[in-house]
Design a protein around this ligand. Structure first.
Ligand code: IPE
Ligand code: IPE
Ligand code: MG
Length: 258
């Protein structure tokens, strides 16, 4: 948790009225915030546009969310960009999304360097188109030494597949005699998930009013606070992030205790 107070004040200067930086406690900023970015299609349809234009607009929101997260001093921002079930969409939309991921990452690498952001990717990347895979690899390589915020993009990610993959790997180690089945504990299991080494999310935001997980982080969200907003992802702004944090800070996290 590190933030530059001057930059943060300037970033949040233009107050909309219902919320201001003063409404949140900067000493209790969540460490890991995760977002299910939903509603791009509806945003476009509402405007008489093609769904693709909703995804393009969603990229602008994501860029702002990364900057907001750096300004506020999150340790980790993770976002759900494409699920293992999203392959069911029309090929044209899937192709557009894959191209958009590659194009956006190339365009945003300077921002990652400028803000010292490290990229992580969650999901089965091998199944992605070659160009997207290549660009992702480049993003990982070029930001590997950055030690500021971690930005994690879940692409071709499904939590059930992630869990099964972890089980398979642990079973393989056990079968090879490298681990004792009795030594398998939550730490070992968590170390085989894509999120290995990262703290569990403190706050999960889902946009567009849906109240479901859609196969996201089934294991990692055990004690995460949920925040749902009707705002569609392309409309989600730095102020919506503050609203989510204000809500989060009003919760009493008991972890089963009193
Ligand atoms: C989220 O927006 C982006 C992805 C899942 C890739 P949607 O495309 O799901 O938008 P809606 O839910 O149809 O409005
Ligand atoms: C969840 O959104 C996946 C992402 C945001 C990447 P969907 O739009 O795919 O979820 P459902 O189909 O409404 O559950
Ligand atoms: Mg959706």
């Amino acid at each position: 948790m590190r933030f530059d107070r001057e930059k943060l004040l300037a970033y949040y200067a233009d107050e909309p009225g219902d919320i201001s930086l003063g409404d949140i406690d900067l000493a209790r900023i969540p460490s890991h915030v995760s977002i299910i970015m939903d509603g791009n299609g509806r945003w476009a349809t509402k405007r008489g546009l093609d769904r693709a234009q909703g995804h393009v607009a969603g990229v602008d929101s994501l860029r702002e969310a990364v900057t907001t997260s750096v300004r506020l001093g999150f340790d980790v921002l993770s976002v759900y960009a494409f699920s293992t079930e999203n392959w069911r969409r029309p090929k044209l939309e899937v192709d557009l999304l894959m191209k958009l991921f590659a194009k956006t990452l190339v365009a945003e690498l300077p921002l990652f360097h400028q803000e010292n952001v490290r990229l992580r990717l969650f999901g089965d990347l091998e199944a992605l188109p070659e160009e997207t895979f290549r660009v992702f690899q480049r993003g990982l390589d070029e930001t590997a030494d950055h030690d500021g915020m971690t930005f994690a993009l879940a692409v071709n990610y499904g939590s059930r597949a992630e869990i099964v993959r972890a089980v398979r790997e642990i079973a393989r180690l056990a079968a090879a005699g490298e681990i004792d089945p009795d030594a398998i504990d939550q730490d070992l299991f968590a170390s085989k998930l894509y999120t290995a080494g990262l703290p569990d999310p403190d706050l999960l935001i889902r946009t567009s009013g849906e109240l479901r997980l859609s196969n996201y982080f089934l294991y990692q969200l055990a004690y995460t606070e949920f925040y749902a907003t009707d705002t569609l992802w392309p409309d989600f702004s730095r102020w919506d992030m503050l609203r989510a944090i204000r809500d989060f800070q009003g919760r009493s996290r008991r972890y089963g205790g009193v």
